[in-house]
Design a protein around this ligand. Structure first.
Ligand code: NAD
Length: 277
């Protein structure tokens, strides 16, 4: 049987991760945009990787089930990376919750049923989730452990009426859900972790840099400890470690990679952002 690496969201961060862990494996590229998936496949095939593509909307459970079927028909799934998502400037509240909160939770649950022994998963969350204050324990528990079909009906989720909050709760949910799923994935000998990037230059970040919240973004970069945005390859390096044999003692954890931005938001020069972010 071939070993399979699945990437959901064939964008810049996902591509940087998947090429580091997929030499000799077959890569399944799943994306809402078939064009993006095919473009990434072409780039990867020209760099020696073997790929197939499938159109998949992360916010749609049926699509996820078809993806799982497609991937497992090709071999045993060794890696699963979710780097699909929509940002606060790209979509309305319902769409952010559907894709980033609900769909990502379904994806973890369904791949948790088929991962190969020794396999590993990465969920791309965001520094944005680290800007919510600590939630009451019962909200943490609800986000981590509610049956997936109940997530969107949680009262404190139904109350969300701005896109930034929708994104922050979704990304906090991703981190909590990774901890919950790590206990299930372990039964198959697989690990799962999340990575919470700060500003990484990709088409998604460029939408933010030219969208209604552009000034906030530019000021944030100027004020953060690293004084620059990050690159997809830096996220890829971290993911490679977590997914390698050296990362087998790490599961259910979240890793901030943000140039110190979150530290500065809570305790440094960027504290002024608390009023608006
Ligand atoms: N770039 C950043 O600064 C940054 C920071 C923190 C977190 N993130 C997170 O990283 C992830 C990847 O973002 P990126 O910057 O690489 O963006 P990107 O735009 O390069 O890639 C995102 C990909 O996801 C796909 N996608 C969007 N909606 C989808 C859906 N419903 N189903 C399937 N695919 C879908 C897009 O077609 C695109 O190919 C997102 O979850 C984002 O929230 C990005």
């Amino acid at each position: 049987m071939k070993e399979i690496s699945v990437l959901v969201g064939a964008g810049s961060i996902g591509q940087a991760i998947i090429r580091r862990v997929s030499a000799g494996k077959h890569i399944v590229l799943a994306d809402y945009s078939e064009e993006n998936a095919k473009r990434t496949a072409k780039t990867l095939e020209n760099a020696g990787f073997e790929c197939s593509t499938i159109q998949c909307d992360l916010g749609n459970k049926e699509d996820i089930l078809v993806l799982v079927e497609f991937a497992t028909s090709k071999g045993e799934v060794k890696h699963m990376v979710n780097a699909a998502g929509v940002s606060p400037s790209q979509a309305p509240v319902e769409e952010i919750l559907r894709v980033d909160l609900y769909g990502t939770s379904v994806l973890m649950e369904e791949f948790g049923k088929v991962m190969a022994n020794g396999g590993s998963g990465i969920i791309i969350s965001s520094q944005s989730g680290h800007r919510l204050p600590a939630l009451p324990q019962e909200q943490n528990d609800a986000l981590a452990m509610s049956p997936v079909e109940e997530l969107m009906r949680l009262p404190f989720i139904k109350e969300i009426n701005d896109t930034l909050k929708a994104y922050q709760y979704s990304k906090r949910c991703n981190v909590l859900r990774v901890a919950y799923e790590a206990c299930r994935w372990a039964k198959r000998g697989a690990t799962i972790n999340s990575i919470s990037p700060g500003i990484i230059i990709t088409p998604l970040a460029n939408d933010e840099l030219h969208g209604p919240r552009a000034k906030g973004y530019i000021d944030m970069i100027a004020g953060m400890p690293a004084r620059r945005a990050g690159t997809p390859d830096e996220v890829g390096d971290l993911a490679e470690f977590l997914m390698s044999s050296r990362g087998r003692f790490i599961s259910g954890a979240d890793f901030l990679i943000d140039g110190g931005c979150t530290a500065s938001y809570w305790y440094g020069d960027l504290q002024y952002l608390k009023a608006t972010h």
